[in-house]
Design a protein around this ligand. Sequence first.
Ligand SMILES: [Zn+2]
Length: 99
Amino acid sequence: MKTAACFPSRAPASRGAREASDRCDAEPVGMDAAEAISKTHEWFEVNSGWAPPDEDELAEWLGDGVCRCPDDCLVEPEGWCSHGLASWWLILRAMDPHR
Ligand SMILES: [Zn+2]
């Protein structure tokens, strides 16, 4: 007598199908811009001495294809540093979306 092997067919969760629920820890790699921005605002609350760049400074960075973070890390304009802080460009744009 043969026992029919009847396993419930549970295909391994296909990757990428449910990206919305795919949230990982505060690893900078897995972050998106919104997370970087909110993390930066938390950083603002516990750090003093930071000041937003003026427009000329920002324009100069963007002209070079880079941008600074509030902790002085150099990143891509739309990126964030390994500490999880968003670039000034992202932050200022988020603060003032009408610009
Ligand atoms: Zn940094």
